[in-house]
Design a protein around this ligand. Structure first.
Ligand code: HEC
Ligand code: HEC
Length: 231
């Protein structure tokens, strides 16, 4: 019974996502040129919270130290400095703090699905989340791969054409858009496959529309390009 309900629910979500993705792809590129407005995400609360922690250099340093402390459990998977220990776990180092907070919220509400992260994040209060986000945001990134993969040039061309208008020319992201530079290869591939297929773990129609335009044979090329980007 549960399995059937799951299948029905899944296909309904897929149909819905496909429709939204088609709608999103009909929006002219110019309408989405400013990444912040393109995502339509209201980050007022997240930005206020982060700002409130860093009203002076001293209070910011305190908040970062508090964040390091709060992140001691996270380090088991995301690494001491937010450079992940596992290829399927994302780096959080250098990530935009408002984006990190927004994703924590999505785990909490179930809009983003990952059994473990959903349960864990509910145990962190607002201040703990914000200090952790600040700590990771300030950490230096060690790219997942030391050298560009064999098809990086091809992947870079797709990135410039389809992704840079939101993720930025250097793939550093913004408040509402994730940094991708130096991200873990396996995590990138998994995430791209999920958006492309609207498998339901994450929901962002414009990502589905953009990633659907990468030829299936070139998804790894985009990963080859991103995983070694270093700034
Ligand atoms: C057991 C391993 C594990 C631990 C411990 C863990 N995480 Fe995660 N985390 C993951 C995995 C796996 C993902 C990717 C989930 C997915 O595939 O969407 C993730 C994703 C995230 C993301 C989304 C990142 C992005 O790029 O979108 C955030 C934010 C995050 N974790 C924060 C935390 C925080 C904060 C802690 C500690 C309180 C923590 N995690 C502890 C495994 C872990
Ligand atoms: C309209 C703006 C936009 C475009 C175009 C876009 N993205 Fe995204 N991307 C986003 C946003 C916003 C998110 C976070 C969505 C969410 O909350 O699930 C995201 C998430 C991602 C993630 C997950 C990163 C993480 O840390 O979890 C990857 C990987 C990614 N995008 C790659 C790409 C690639 C490759 C392209 C081009 C083929 C692309 N994006 C085009 C806005 C965009």
């Amino acid at each position: 019974m549960r399995a059937v309900a799951h299948l029905v629910g899944g296909s309904a979500i897929r149909t819905c996502c496909l429709l939204l993705a088609l709608l999103a792809s009909a929006v002219p590129a110019t309408a989405a040129s400013a990444a912040g407005s393109a995502t339509g995400t209201d980050l007022t609360a997240e930005l206020e919270l982060i700002k409130s922690l860093g009203t002076s250099a001293a209070s910011r340093a305190n908040a970062v130290a508090e964040g390091k402390n709060n992140a001691s459990f996270c380090a088991n998977c995301h690494g001491e400095t937010g450079n992940s220990k596992y290829p399927e776990v994302p780096n959080l180092a250098g990530q935009n703090p408002a984006y990190l907070l927004a994703q924590m919220k999505k785990f909490e509400t179930g809009e983003r699905k990952d059994d473990f992260m959903q349960r864990l994040i509910k145990m962190l209060g607002d201040r703990a989340r914000a200090t952790v986000a600040l700590y990771y945001a300030e950490a230096g990134v060690t790219p997942a791969r030391a050298r560009p993969g064999p098809t990086a040039a091809q992947g870079g061309a797709h990135f410039t054409r389809l992704c840079a208008r939101c993720h930025g020319d250097k793939a550093l992201g913004s408040d509402s858009v994730p940094r991708l530079a130096g991200q873990q290869a396996k995590y990138l591939r998994l995430s791209l496959d999920r958006y492309r297929s609207s498998s339901g773990e994450r929901f962002f129609p414009q990502m589905t529309a953009a990633t659907a335009q990468i030829p299936a044979s070139d998804v790894d090329a985009v990963v080859d390009y991103l995983a070694s980007l270093k700034y």
